[in-house]
Design a protein around this ligand. Structure first.
Ligand code: SF4
Length: 329
């Protein structure tokens, strides 16, 4: 297999990366970076729903080993955790950094510093740059990427998102992002509003996933070391009482993107943040609920992906060719 070169190198060399930096930067003057379309001038320090101004907020960064195996390899994913968020999930497991709005502003960093962080993670041997909750900082990330590429960044970029993304912005990420890692959350609009406080979640998230799929397709490019280099891996966090609308969500993926799309079905839900006081979300999921979702994978003929062991939460890859007991673990 030839040596992998991230797709953004070509854009950098042709000058296209610089052009996109300009377009994205301009969008912050009347912010429509995500589907919330707040139209505030973030370049002048105006704050809206995501509680974010012009500079990116980096809450932490590190080699991370809690992702799917092809993302962590031996040295870990080079995760950068961005502060604040455009969603307000009542069960957010990162709520200390995603919903601690004012406090997080103190973690604003310059574009140059964000570029340095990317290079530091590369220096530590991380296999990729994992952008965690990047949606509200896409312009800032792309600007920092331009600086980092000039200084030698060569790692694939992972876009780890809640999927409430703008298609126009995603189009500007075509050829910049190598690996899309969206979490597809709900099938019902009312659940998106009740539990993440945004309108029309399924509509916007599905449009976003179609665009991601258009860019990178269903095939995962995995190198000889088992590391994912390019592709779309859709996460689906199973919620108690089927609040994630798993059947509808998986059916939509199979029908619209194809059942060769890679999935990561997660069982790690636990009630945190405000969820303990919400009856339907106030418990862990049951093993029977998780198994029911795994059976749906079989029903819709999915062929690729990773599941979580219900007890240990370790990821494993089922034998999708064994249609009798494909999810044996
Ligand atoms: S990125 Fe933030 S300010 Fe911009 S539209 Fe979304 S929530 Fe509003």
């Amino acid at each position: 297999m030839p040596t992998f070169e991230p797709s953004y190198i070509k854009l950098y060399e042709s000058g296209e990366l610089q052009r996109r930096i300009g377009i994205l930067d301009e969008m912050l003057s009347s912010c429509n970076i995500c589907p919330l379309d707040c139209n505030v001038n973030r370049k002048e320090g105006e704050i809206a729903r995501c509680y974010s101004r012009y500079l990116p907020i980096v809450s932490s960064y590190c080699p991370h080993f809690g992702e799917e195996p092809p993302l962590i390899g031996t040295n870990g994913a080079g995760n950068i955790f961005f502060g604040n968020c455009n969603l307000r999930c009542v069960y957010c497991q990162n709520y200390q950094i995603s919903q601690n709005y004012k406090a997080e502003l103190k973690n604003e960093v310059s574009f140059e510093r964000l570029a340095e962080i990317m290079l530091e993670l590369q220096g530590k041997g991380c296999h990729n740059i994992g952008l965690v909750s990047p949606t509200h900082f896409v312009p800032q990330i792309v600007r920092a990427l331009g600086i980092a590429v000039e200084k030698g960044l060569r790692l694939p970029i992972i876009y780890n998102t809640n999927a409430y993304d703008s298609v126009d912005v995603l189009r500007l990420l075509d050829g910049i992002v190598d690996i899309y890692l969206p979490d597809l959350k709900y099938a019902e609009e009312a659940d998106g509003y009740s539990y993440s406080k945004v309108k029309e979640y399924p509509k916007f998230a599905r449009m976003a996933l179609k665009e991601m799929h258009r860019q990178v397709g269903s095939e995962l490019v995995i190198d000889d070391d088992g590391l994912l280099k390019r592709g779309l891996l859709i996460r689906h966090l199973v919620l108690p009482n089927d609040l994630a609308g798993s059947r509808e969500t998986l059916k939509w993926i199979a029908e619209e993107l194809g059942n060769d799309t890679a999935l990561s079905v997660m069982s790690q839900y636990y009630p945190t943040n405000k969820a303990e006081s919400i009856t339907l979300l106030s418990r862990h999921i049951r093993e029977s609920e998780y198994d029911k979702v795994l059976n749906l994978l079989d029903e819709f003929g999915f062929e690729n992906g990773w599941m979580q062991n219900f007890e240990s939460k370790d990821y494993y890859k089922p034998d999708f060719t064994d249609r009798v007991e494909p999810f044996k673990r």
